[in-house]
Design a protein around this ligand. Structure first.
Ligand SMILES: Nc1ncnc2c1ncn2[C@@H]1O[C@H](COP(=O)(O)OP(=O)(O)O)[C@@H](O)[C@H]1O
Ligand SMILES: [Mg+2]
Length: 375
């Protein structure tokens, strides 16, 4: 498919701080792209450059083959002339306007009188189940209703590209799921391209046709959710998407050792390096009680139980293997009866298949643990 929106070499600094650093990104027509990264990595700044709310220093932004920003041509098309809708974390509704006027606003700015006359405002309000709220003011709405109105305002002009800046972060868990599903459905029915910013990996996996994992102003990996989940490109990506189990392995005279100096058998070729970092999904780690026999050819470590939390069909279990902590999901049918009466410190073992490890050369890509916080 043709890339409808193309960002190339985009750079934006504040003072001497480079916030967006020579960034390239393409979004296909109708594609839902999720920009995932820790607070402060430049997600909002990138969106604001796309929308024309911020002037970059360098680069080019194209919408459907037409430049809307080009530093070398000194071209910068103003925000209201770009076919873009925006939905913010803070809703940002105009408090002195009714819901009707808020939703109509992008149509008025673009002089879309015919669409207003044809009932576009009412139709869009219905799409977000808020047709009955048109004469209210934002202060007379709940948080969930305000965010639905903000969504309607972002969509009323039927823009080619909709930019979402952490729109679900201020909603409570139940509403967040509902509005997330609504965004998904609206995208399917209206077919707009989307750039959806979040720092929440489950939101990213749930919504994205593609994920772009961002780090310090650049894209560290771009791929489908399946790609990114199964082949995180770097230790940083693995960490950020929740592949939380991390094991450093060092080459010894006879094989491989953990950082604690415990020998481990790894039935697999590893990179030709003195030390590597392995990442393993919690879902891929098996729990073994006491002296239970371990599966052959698995990577196995003895450990002790730290905690287990009931999750319905599973338990979320944390164990310590030497100085490393591992998280895993234990099936409740298999492990529930003993986990329920277990105590911290109980000896266990964990294992995983060697092909379930993602392996990176140690130190090649440093892990800076991201601050997971709303920005
Ligand atoms: N108007 C501004 N002036 C100066 N610094 C800014 C401005 N806007 C953002 N920044 C800085 O740019 C960095 C990235 O911000 P932002 O794009 O908001 O990141 P994110 O949305 O990924 O959390 C932050 O360190 C922030 O403090
Ligand atoms: Mg932000």
């Amino acid at each position: 498919m043709m890339a409808s929106f193309r960002i190339s070499g985009l750079s934006k600094s504040y003072g001497s701080n480079v916030i967006v650093d020579d960034l390239d990104l393409e979004i296909d027509e109708g594609e839902f792209l999720v920009l995932l990264g820790p607070s402060g990595c430049g997600k909002t700044t990138t969106l604001r450059c796309l929308a024309g709310l911020e002037t970059p220093e360098a680069g080019r932004i194209e919408f459907k083959g037409q430049a809307v920003y080009d530093s070398s041509a000194r071209l910068n098309v103003p925000a209201h002339k770009r076919s873009i809708g925006m939905v913010f974390q803070s809703y940002a509704l105009w408090p002195n306007m009714t819901v009707r006027r808020n939703i109509a606003y992008p149509l008025k700015v673009r002089k879309m009188k015919d669409a207003i006359a044809a009932g576009r405002v009412e139709e869009t309000a219905e799409m977000v189940h808020c047709g009955h709220l048109l004469d209210r003011y934002p202060s007379q709405l709940s948080g969930g209703q305000q965010q639905r109105i903000a969504l309607a305002r972002g969509l009323s002009a039927r823009p080619d590209l909709v930019l979402f800046d952490e729109p679900l972060s201020n909603l409570d868990a139940r509403l967040r799921d509902q509005v997330r599903t609504e965004i998904h459905r609206l995208h399917e029915s209206l077919g707009f391209g989307a750039v959806f910013v979040t720092h929440d990996q489950s939101e990213a996996f749930a919504l994205g046709d593609k994920l772009a994992i961002m780090r310090a102003g650049t894209i560290e990996q771009l791929g489908t959710p399946d790609d990114v989940y199964n082949n995180p490109a770097t230790d940083y990506v693995a960490d950020f998407i929740g592949m939380s189990n991390r094991l450093e392995l060092r080459r010894s005279a006879t094989g491989w050792q953990t950082g604690d100096g415990v020998d481990v058998l790894v039935h697999r070729d590893l990179p030709d390096a003195e030390a590597v970092v392995a990442r393993i999904w919690p879902e891929d780690v098996q729990l073994h009680r006491g002296n239970e026999p371990l599966p052959p050819h698995a990577v196995a470590l003895s450990a002790s139980l730290l905690s287990s939390e009931f999750g319905g069909r599973h338990y979320d279990v944390t164990v310590a293997a030497g100085s490393e902590e591992f998280r895993l999901r234990a099936d409740a049918a298999t492990h529930g009866s003993w986990l329920r009466s277990s105590t911290a410190g109980e000896p266990v073992a964990i294992s995983f298949r060697p092909d379930q490890m993602q392996v990176y050369p140690l130190g090649e890509v440093a892990v800076d643990r991201p601050l997971v916080a709303a920005s």
